[in-house]
Design a protein around this ligand. Structure first.
Ligand code: ATP
Ligand code: MG
Length: 484
């Protein structure tokens, strides 16, 4: 039975809409030396126009189906789909015959292109495979068969890639999720998954999606950004980098906040890389994205419920468990719910130097979100008690934004200094000051120190790190003022 009505105007193609063989996807393309992410544009000229993909003649549809049917039905148990040469050897005669049957006369070049499309369907992820192979594309978004958007250098553009119909997209989704023991259909129409290379995938299909099956892929950075890259892109200044590195080394509890896709996980990865090598690090994530290089690092990953709705292990469960694993540092990929309370309690009971990210609109908003999350933990704590926990647990909030020009920048670093009555008091240590917009639309400005000496500097000094007062915008001769 089809999973959903096919809204494509094309005639029924008689293809069995049951998923065909769900071969293991091809192994990820070999790492290239090109930078794997999209840096802020030095000059935000539009990316080079995409080459229009090969548009095969209408008869190709039948040829493609014939080859797929053959491979799926006749020989699926025989072929090792990771052996692409073997698959090609088997597919080629069927392809030649299907071309003859369809009475298609094609040039050698065209023939090669058709074969490449068939191979991409069998071995990879169909029409989006070439986009996934490109290092300059950071995100791929399929909104039904006729609309595939890509993100390059922080900017969205509509690509020329199209799927045949809804079923074609659905087969790609199945190829992604089936090897993971997950499924997608009317009864479970959304799924989170990962590609073998670590790219994060979300898929949602009709009836929940009204535009056909939708796939969103956040591509995995083979070569994750480092602090120097962030400085080079103008996402932060060397002074801020120096400060935040010292804060992490000194064991500050840091929350990275920001909107969707603002670069929170990337920054978390960078800040986590500052954790000294002699400390035991526990990372807890929904889908393991962090790539820490320290030798003593234990990585935990939450688990969604299985097809029967059982077996879910939430981030919160892992945080609670992590506390029994003698962590020096706990790094949580993202706090979204009740785990916030466990994190705060951990931070307040001697597990200093914990790091996490939170989705929010500003540093102040981050505190409100944490409050709400703690309430979600269902402990019925009085608000004031929650705020006190927050104020004593969190040292620093680093807020990152994706700006209108597509660049990602740290826009605020705010220290949590305590309580005044019922209010948590914060003070900005760094703030992004916009000075203008250049003729290409690029936002000009800098992350500047506010001229306040943060309290956390005492801890930094205790850790044996002396930051020059100029880091905070103070003259060398300025007397540090000390807050009690
Ligand atoms: N400072 C930066 N400059 C340029 N690109 C960046 C920067 N930080 C992150 N990116 C890129 O932006 C994309 C999103 O980054 P990331 O996954 O860290 O965001 P996020 O805020 O964690 O997203 P989500 O809310 O979906 O979890 C990635 O492709 C990443 O390589
Ligand atoms: Mg993230």
């Amino acid at each position: 039975m089809p999973l959903f009505r096919n809204h494509s105007p094309s005639p029924a193609n008689g293809r069995n809409s049951k998923p065909q063989a769900a071969p293991q996807p091809s192994s990820p393309p070999p790492a290239s030396n090109a930078p794997a992410h999209a840096p802020n544009p030095p000059k935000p000229a539009d990316p080079a126009p995409e080459k229009a993909p090969y548009a095969p003649p209408p008869g190709f549809r039948k040829v493609r189906e014939d080859v797929q049917q053959f491979l799926a039905n006749e020989i699926k148990s025989l072929i090792d789909v990771s052996d692409s040469a073997e698959v090609r050897r088997l597919a080629e005669p069927v392809f030649t015959k299907a071309l003859e049957d369809a009475q298609l006369v094609v040039s050698r070049v065209e023939r090669e292109q058709m074969m490449a499309m068939i191979m991409a369907d069998i071995l990879g992820y169909g029409p989006i495979q070439p986009l996934l192979d490109r290092d300059d594309i950071s995100e791929v978004m399929v909104n039904g068969p006729n609309q595939v958007y890509i993100e390059q250098r922080g900017k969205l553009t509509l690509s020329n890639v199209k799927f045949v119909d809804n079923d074609h997209i659905l087969r790609v989704i199945e190829r992604i999720v089936t090897p993971l023991g997950r499924r997608i259909d009317e009864s479970s129409p959304m799924v989170d998954a990962r590609l073998p290379d670590g790219s994060r995938v979300n898929a949602i299909i009709p009836p929940l999606s009204l535009v056909g099956p939708v796939i969103t892929i956040r591509k995995f950075n083979k070569d994750p950004l480092k602090i120097d890259d962030l400085i080079r892109f103008g996402s932060m200044t060397p002074e801020f980098a120096e400060f935040v590195r010292a804060a992490v080394v000194a064991g500050a509890n840091v929350i990275i906040s920001g909107g969707t896709g603002s670069g929170k996980t990337t920054l978390l990865n960078v800040l986590s890389s500052f954790i000294p090598e002699n400390e035991r690090i526990l990372t807890i994530e929904d889908a393991a994205e962090l790539q820490l290089q320290q030798p003593h690092c234990v990585r935990l990953e939450a688990r969604p419920a299985n097809n029967e709705g059982k077996g879910r292990i939430a981030i919160r469960d892992l945080v609670v468990n992590a506390l029994r694993m003698r962590p020096d540092r706990i790094v949580v990929g993202e706090c979204r719910g009740g785990e916030a309370l466990d994190m705060l309690q951990a931070m307040n009971t001697g597990h200093d130097g914990s790091l996490t990210t939170i989705h929010s609109n500003s540093a102040r908003d981050t505190l409100n979100r944490i409050e709400t999350m703690v309430l979600m933990a269902g402990m019925e704590l009085p608000l004031r008690a929650i705020r006190q926990q927050i104020a004593s647990a969190i040292d620093l909030i680093v807020h990152q934004s994706r700006l209108r020009d597509g660049s990602r920048k740290v826009v605020q670093a705010s220290e949590v200094v305590g309580m005044e009555g019922d209010t948590i008091v914060m003070q900005d240590v760094f703030r992004f000051e916009q000075t203008g917009i250049d003729e290409n639309g690029k936002i000009l400005g800098e992350l500047l120190p506010t001229g306040l000496r943060p309290r956390i500097n005492d801890r930094i000094e205790d850790a044996g790190i002396h930051l020059p007062p100029s880091v905070f915008g103070l003259n060398e001769g300025t007397a540090w003022y000390k807050m009690e």
